[in-house]
Design a protein around this ligand. Structure first.
Ligand code: NAD
Length: 269
């Protein structure tokens, strides 16, 4: 018995990173998975790997900036598998170059970030909810970010969109809970796969070290850390959990910001 037997799931951004790990984990637990991405070559590769491991998956093109493509993606679940139980709004865009501080913010960059990172999540849910109601209920999992919970020096639009996802998650949970639809958000904090870590340039290595110093755990996150949480939120095991934001960040936001400096100063406080 798989934890997601007889369930149909859509995962956006499933051609790499956390989306790929989650698609594979869902399929391994018995879900029929729609691997949705703008990168069809990557999506086809993931589908092939899932099929080789004995799972069921299909690749679906989606550009999360385009409402009609999002709608097509949701309808694919009905056409291909007859229903929809799980939607994981995972894909996002991040432009470090143009998404800067508030005074320097480019209006086009702000609007594009809202379109791709916040409107897309609303649209995915908007199209999925009627189909989930028809299917007897469902679980929507939105990917927020640690960046949506605390202030940073840049990535202002990204952070605002990820914070918006939290409000959207709660609204969705409240509005459709009685129809058996749950909605939760995952807030990851620095998640990188092994290849990226191994080949990291000096500046990223330094950043990883800073993050590790501030985490409660001895390492940064990997995509499976998020996939396991998404799996729990997708399954009936989390039937009583909705409207929540769960940080998967090695405890970085659990600590008093002075902890590292206090440790360095060898103060016994
Ligand atoms: N990696 C981190 O440290 C981190 C931290 C916090 C939050 N997040 C969030 O987690 C999610 C997944 O991040 P990741 O690091 O696994 O990303 P990733 O870059 O590894 O994968 C993103 C996937 O989304 C796809 N994609 C990009 N634009 C798209 C579009 N317009 N339409 C459809 N698909 C598109 C890409 O092709 C890719 O397959 C994102 O929402 C991201 O903001 C990541």
């Amino acid at each position: 018995m798989g934890r997601l037997d007889n369930k149909v799931a859509i995962i956006t951004g499933a051609a790499s990173g956390m989306g790929e790990a989650t698609a594979k984990a869902f399929a391994q637990e018995g879900a029929k998975v729609i691997v949705a991405d703008i990168n069809m070559e990557g999506a086809e590769r993931v589908v092939k790997e899932i099929s080789s491991a004995g799972g069921t998956a299909v690749a679906q093109f989606v550009d999360i900036g385009e409402p009609e493509k999002i709608e097509e993606m949701v309808l694919r679940a009905k056409d291909e598998f007859g229903k929809l139980d799980i939607l994981h709004n995972n894909a996002a865009r991040l432009d470090f170059q143009n998404d800067v501080d508030v005074a320097g913010m480019d209006i086009f960059e702000w609007d594009e970030t809202m379109r791709y990172n916040l409107r897309s999540v609303m649209l995915g849910s908007k199209y999925a909810i009627p189909l989930m109601i028809e299917s007897g209920g469902g679980s929507i999992i939105n990917t927020s970010s640690m960046g949506g919970l605390v202030g940073e020096m840049g990535k202002t639009a990204y952070a605002a969109a990820k914070a918006g996802i939290i409000a959207l998650t709660k609204a969705t949970a409240i509005q459709y809970g009685k129809q058996n639809i749950r909605c939760n958000a995952i807030a990851p904090g620095m998640v990188l796969n092994e290849t990226i870590v191994e080949n990291a340039p000096e500046s990223l290595k330094k950043l990883i070290d800073i993050y590790i110093e501030h985490k409660a755990t001895p390492r940064i996150g990997n995509p499976m850390d998020i996939a396991y949480l998404a799996l729990y939120l997708a399954s009936d095991e989390s039937e009583y959990i909705t409207g929540q934001v769960i940080n998967a960040d090695g405890g970085i936001l659990a600590h008093n910001p002075t902890v590292v400096d206090v440790k360095k100063a060898n103060l016994n406080w």
